[in-house]
Design a protein around this ligand. Structure first.
Ligand SMILES: [Zn+2]
Length: 144
């Protein structure tokens, strides 16, 4: 997710965007190609002239961001926890595509929600986004 989405999620959950929280989020966004440990964030804040953050504040902030699903925690080979912004959520999209006339129709939302709930039960997998196409022949083409 990008910074604007992270801000919206934080404030939408009733938390203020403090300068320290802003620093942590900006560093995670700026270094999105890496995963950062809490120690990395404290050092980068100093090196990159952001608002300084202490280690305890950084840990508290990361815990909050984890809870709000703004960041993911990953375990590096050295066993140290590292943090990354959660990947950008693609638009939820399930479509029916007619291979004869090319018409594209949306799959009704409740069918997709039902499938996601079944996946959660059967596969122990929580879906956060989807993009699916079903190919076939629409009713009008079949009647032709
Ligand atoms: Zn068709």
């Amino acid at each position: 997710m990008n910074l604007a989405q992270a801000y919206r999620k934080l404030e939408g959950a009733g938390f203020r965007l403090t300068p320290q929280r802003d620093t942590v989020l900006r560093l995670l966004a700026r270094h999105a190609d890496a995963s950062l440990s809490a120690e990395d964030i404290v050092r980068l804040a100093r090196d990159e002239a952001e608002i300084p953050v202490g280690l305890a504040t950084t840990y508290r902030t990361l815990e909050l961001l984890l809870e709000l699903e703004i960041v993911n925690r990953v375990r590096a080979a050295d066993g140290r926890a590292r943090y990354v912004l959660v990947p950008e959520i693609v638009e939820a999209r399930a479509q029916l595509v007619c291979t004869r006339c090319g018409q594209v129709l949306p799959v009704p939302g409740h069918l997709v929600a039902d499938l996601e709930a079944r996946l959660a039960d059967a596969e122990d997998f929580r879906v956060t986004a989807h993009e699916v196409k079903f190919y076939g022949v629409c009713g009008a083409c079949r009647r032709d």
